[in-house]
Design a protein around this ligand. Structure first.
Ligand SMILES: Cc1ncc(COP(=O)(O)O)c(C=O)c1O
Length: 380
C-alpha cells in the first residue's frame, strides 16, 4: 500500500486571489435554462437529442454519441458494452480520478494498475507491455490534464491482443492525436461535463463508440433497460431483458451544454493561450519541470497545467502566501484500500511528492499566469 500523502491545503475564498479551478458558465446558459424551465421537458427531452447531435458534429465524432448524467456513468456503460465481466482483468492507469477505475469494481472486474510515464503522468506503455497478458480483456487510458496518451503504441498493443481500448477523455475535449480528435481513435471514448471541465452541463458525460450497432443497447442501459423511444410511441413490448441504470442527461443540463458548445472554440483558445504562456515562462526555470512531452503528434486540450517540483509543500506555501492556490487533484489509486492493490510502482514513487497543479481556467488572464510564474521564479 502506498503511503498516504498530506492532504491539500484548504481552499481559498474566491476573492482572495487566483483559485485553482473556476467553472466556465457560458453567456447564453441562463437564457437556455430558463427557456427549458418554461417548457414541458426538464428531464431527458429534445434538448438532450440536440446536444448529442451538435456535439457529434462539432467534435467530428465518427460514432454515436450517447449523453449521460456523468462521465462516470458513461465509463460504466463503456465497460458493460465492451463486454467486461466479473473477474476480467483490465489494464488501467494508476494515476487518475478514482472514477476511471471504480466502475470496474461495480462489475466485479479486476483493475490491473499500470505505472505512470513520469514525463506526462499518462499511462506508461512500457509498464503496460509488462502487465498485459492473455487474461487482459481491455485497456483503459486517461489523457491526463488534456495531453493525449501514446495512442499509436497503445492501439498496436491492443491490436496484438485483440482487445478494445477505452479512452477516458474526461480532461481532453478538444485534444487531437495525429490530426484526429480523441473520440475518433478507439472502440470507446468517454467525456466528462462535470462543473469545472471545458464544457459543463453541471454534471454530465458523453460516450461515443465505433460500433454503431451498440447504440440501441447503450440507450436501453442508460434508461432502466427500457427502449424509451418505443415507450413514448406506445409500441414498447413491455419487457426488460438487461439490467439498466438511470444514467441519462437532463434537458436542464443539455441547455447549459448547448450554450457551452457555442463558446467552446473561444474557451479552448483561451485555455491554450494560458498553457502556452506557462510553458514560455517556466521552461527556463531549471527547478520546475513541465509535465508534457511536447510530442508533435499530440494537441493538448489544456485542462490542467502540471509541474514537478522539489519541496512541494514549501512551494505551495510560498504560492499561498501570495494568494495563489495549487494542488494535486488526483492521487495514485493504489492508496485507496477499496482497490486492494499491493504492487510496486517505481515511476509513481519517484514523482509522488513532486507533482503540482497550477491554476488554469477562463477567469484567468495571461497576466495572472505571469504573476504565478514570477512567484515561482523567486524560488521557495
Ligand atoms: C480522469 C477522470 N475520469 C473520470 C472522471 C469522472 O467524470 P464525472 O465527474 O463527470 O463523473 C473524472 C472527473 O471528473 C476524471 O477526472
Amino acid at each position: 500500500m502506498a503511503r498516504i500523502p498530506k492532504n491539500d491545503l484548504p481552499l481559498m475564498a474566491e476573492d482572495e486571489g487566483i483559485v485553482l479551478f473556476y467553472p466556465h458558465m457560458p453567456k447564453k446558459a441562463k437564457e437556455y435554462v430558463c427557456d427549458t424551465l418554461d417548457g414541458r421537458w426538464i428531464g431527458q427531452g429534445p434538448k438532450v437529442d440536440l446536444f448529442e447531435a451538435r456535439f457529434r458534429a462539432q467534435f467530428n465524432q465518427p460514432g454515436p454519441c450517447i449523453s449521460t448524467g456523468s462521465g462516470t456513468d458513461a465509463l460504466h456503460l463503456a465497460y458493460l458494452l465492451a463486454g467486461i465481466k466479473p473477474g476480467d482483468e483490465v489494464l488501467v492507469p494508476l494515476f487518475t480520478c478514482t472514477a476511471t477505475n471504480l466502475p470496474l469494481l461495480y462489475i466485479g472486474a479486476k483493475p490491473v494498475f499500470v505505472d505512470v510515464d513520469p514525463r506526462t503522468l499518462n499511462i506508461s506503455v512500457e509498464d503496460m507491455k509488462r502487465k498485459i497478458s492473455p487474461s487482459t480483456r481491455a485497456i483503459v487510458c486517461v489523457h491526463y490534464g488534456g495531453l493525449p496518451c501514446d495512442m499509436a503504441e497503445i492501439q498496436a498493443l491492443a491490436a496484438k491482443y485483440s482487445i478494445p481500448v477505452i479512452e477516458d477523455a474526461a480532461h481532453a475535449l478538444g485534444a487531437r492525436y495525429d490530426g484526429k480528435p480523441v473520440g475518433a481513435l478507439s472502440a470507446f471514448t468517454m467525456y466528462s461535463f462535470q462543473a469545472i471541465k471545458h464544457l459543463t452541463t453541471g454534471d454530465g458525460g458523453m460516450l461515443t463508440f465505433q460500433d454503431a450497432g451498440l447504440a440501441p443497447l447503450a440507450r436501453r442501459l442508460r434508461w432502466f433497460g427500457i427502449d424509451r423511444e418505443d415507450k413514448q410511441k406506445g409500441i414498447w413490448e413491455n419487457d426488460i431483458r438487461d439490467i439498466g441504470y438511470k444514467y441519462q442527461m437532463t434537458d436542464i443540463g443539455a441547455a447549459i451544454g448547448l450554450a457551452g458548445l457555442e463558446e467552446f472554440d473561444d474557451t479552448l483558445r483561451h485555455r491554450r493561450n494560458l498553457y502556452r504562456r506557462y510553458v514560455e515562462k517556466l521552461k527556463p526555470l531549471q527547478y520546475v519541470q513541465i509535465v508534457d512531452d511536447f510530442d508533435p503528434r499530440k494537441e493538448h486540450a489544456a485542462w490542467l497545467f502540471t509541474v514537478l517540483v522539489e519541496k512541494r509543500v514549501e512551494c505551495q506555501l510560498k504560492l499561498r502566501s501570495r494568494r495563489i492556490e495549487s494542488g494535486q487533484t488526483h492521487y495514485r489509486n493504489d492508496r485507496y484500500s477499496v482497490f486492494g492493490c499491493h504492487d510496486e510502482f517505481p515511476n509513481m514513487d519517484a514523482i509522488d511528492d513532486k507533482y503540482l497543479i497550477l491554476p488554469l481556467h477562463t477567469r484567468m488572464s495571461v497576466a495572472d499566469v505571469d504573476r504565478i510564474c514570477d512567484v515561482l521564479a523567486e524560488g521557495w
